[in-house]
Design a protein around this ligand. Sequence first.
Ligand code: AMP
Ligand code: MG
Length: 352
Amino acid sequence: MENADIQNLYNLPQRRGSEPITVLGIESTAHTLGVGVVSYPPFKVLVDARFKYNPIKGGLHPRLVTEFMVSSVDKALKEVFSEISDPSAIDGIAVALGPGIGPQLRVGITLARALSLSLRKPLIPVNHAVAHIEIGRLECKLQDPLIVYISGGNTQLIVYKEGKYRVVGETLDIALGNLLDTFARETGISPPYIVNGKHAIDICAEKGSFIKGFPYTVKGQDISYSGLLTASLSHLKNSPGSLYDVCYTLREIAFTELLEATERALSSTGKESLLMVGGVAANDYLHNKYKALSEERGIKYCRVSKKYAGDNGVMIAWTGLLGLAHGVTIPVEAAVARQRWRITEVDIPWIY
Ligand code: AMP
Ligand code: MG
């Protein structure tokens, strides 16, 4: 991507000389310890170290995930410092303070505090949801899209307005990724949740067809998934032979609810472009539905690359770099976990 494009997208201050800014970013909000290093200008990913916790059975047990993260820290740092031979080249340490799960967050935050103190570099607070958006905006070069942010813990429709991101629609209960993962786990088709880039539900749905009568809940621009999850599990309990059909139906209803809320949000906000980000954005079936919707409405549509859809340190580093360029830093003692940090609370100084 050209520097001029990025400059336009992000209102980045012109820097004297051509010295790039380099930021290290740490992600540990849920299942992945990610440490990324990016620099700009020009935009470069110098390090993208990732250690993802994959449960053998069950969900994300915080103690087991944090043990895994702690035991991955030395490997992550080895990757960083084999690439960055001079640590003084790093201008700032960014860390996702939330939203996320407390014990996991504290692993990343402790590492960030230690690096900030030992390298004597400023600490930059990053909101995880903002980071998913900024890496998508960067890749897609979209100035002012309606954002569909879908991941394990979040399902939100978001727009930028007057210095902040605003939530214009969201799930009233569980997130889309959580719906897919919980159903897959409860029925024993997962783990693993993802096989060859496909969710277990997609593979199961390929042999299924639609069952009528499952709950479909859209309220204005908000949606609900927990009734759908309960209905799917109880249907399966009563007719154990219907797994493929239930997979198909659950996926169809979940995605269609999201599409309907998205269409409503497009109409009410008047946005002319659509950006899909977050772990579930890697889903090709949903991607094709959004492509068709956008063609029909004549709007631009783009999704984050699969590489940066799921949690990673690069998106935290990039958002941290934007923060640092606009003076957003905090003292180390202020770096504390913010489990429920809403995106609407975050100042965004890098959009006009
Ligand atoms: P994140 O928390 O942003 O890393 O996103 C993780 C979520 O994305 C989990 O719920 C995964 O099951 C989900 N996910 C990852 N790949 C896919 C895919 N191809 N289709 C649907 N969901 C996916
Ligand atoms: Mg995420």
